[in-house]
Design a protein around this ligand. Structure first.
Ligand code: ADP
Length: 304
């Protein structure tokens, strides 16, 4: 299989603090790869290192067959980037933003103009070609950033939190477009802290925490390997007391978060039987999901 990005033993510290601690990963052509992690895990730094925008302290990066940072400039010609913050130029129209960006890749205006209608169509912005950036909604700006990242017809696209700050409708539209790109054979590497996004889009995920990859696999593999299959959530005033007397004993694993008790188990029957008839408690029985895995691996402490 064609490996588009290969990282081995990547290291980066800032002011003596290790931010990326020896991570390795391989990204195959045609896959959507997700890098998950809480704030400060080192996801953005990893992307910047792969782009050659940050100098690594150690390790090896090969992007599109070229060594980074030595040949980063050349490698980036095969790459598209959708940054976390929209960096569109407010002084230009939608079309002009695409043309100006295309010039960075050495494309001739004539060639870029020929691509613009297809890119705008893809982004759902065909009717906005002459509009200024200020008149676009957040979702439109993000879709234009995506179209801009495709101006050089890249093999691989990096997306840093592609739907952060968007409303549900706008998020779904971005997801649909990203799926289209994968169907067209593009390779995507995205960072996210939205588990539903990762579960829907990604063939393969790595969970990062404190600069290290703590687990990798498909969403299904991560759930199967790292968490009990059934979760029973118990809410209500009496939940903490029930947890102490029964829940902790009946579930394979359990934890209390405020007034909610989470019971993780391979056999939900004893827990459910005990809860039957407890009208004072609300009970939600559901299959384990990626968020459960994420919280188990990275903890529930807030990261700011
Ligand atoms: P994430 O994208 O997972 O939220 P980042 O890669 O942005 O994480 O940051 C990881 C850590 O590195 C954070 O603690 C952040 O403060 C620190 N960091 C990132 N960039 C710099 C920088 N240029 N100088 C100093 N510290 C940095």
């Amino acid at each position: 299989m064609n490996v588009l990005l290969d990282i081995e033993g990547l290291l980066k510290s800032y002011g003596g603090n290790p931010v990326v601690r020896g991570i390795s990963l391989s990204l195959h052509a045609g896959a959507c790869y997700g890098l998950l992690g809480p704030n400060g895990a080192g996801k953005t730094t990893t992307l910047r290192l792969c782009l050659g925008l940050t100098e690594p302290d150690g390790g090896r990066i090969t992007l599109a067959g070229l060594p980074v940072p030595v040949a980063a400039r050349e490698a980036r010609l095969r790459l598209g980037v959708v940054p976390q913050m929209d960096s569109l130029d407010p002084d230009f129209t939608v079309t002009e933003n695409l043309i100006v960006y295309g010039r960075y890749f050495g494309l001739r205006d004539r060639d870029i103009r020929a691509r613009v209608p297809r890119l705008l169509e893809f982004a759902g912005l065909a009717s906005k070609a002459g509009e200024r950036i200020q008149s676009l909604s957040g979702g439109m700006k993000r879709r234009l950033s995506l179209a801009r990242a495709l101006v050089n017809d890249p093999d691989i696209v990096f997306l840093d939190e592609p739907t952060t700050g968007l409303d549900p409708q706008a998020r779904h539209l971005i997801w649909e477009r990203l799926k289209q790109l994968v169907a067209q054979g593009k390779t995507l590497l995205l960072t996210t802290h939205f588990m539903d996004e990762a579960e829907r889009l990604c063939d393969r995920l790595s969970v990062m925490d404190q600069g290290s990859i703590v687990a990798s696999g498909s969403p299904r593999e991560l759930i199967d390997q790292h968490i009990e299959p059934d979760v029973i959530e118990v809410y209500g005033d009496g939940a903490p007391a029930w947890h102490e007397t029964m829940g902790a004993r009946l579930a394979d694993r359990s934890e209390r978060v405020g007034e909610t008790v989470f019971c993780y188990t391979r056999d939900p029957r004893p827990v459910l039987a005990d809860l039957e008839g407890r009208r004072d408690l609300k009970v939600l029985h559901r299959p384990a999901n990626l968020e459960d895995v994420f919280l188990k691996l990275t903890g529930r402490d807030l990261r700011d």
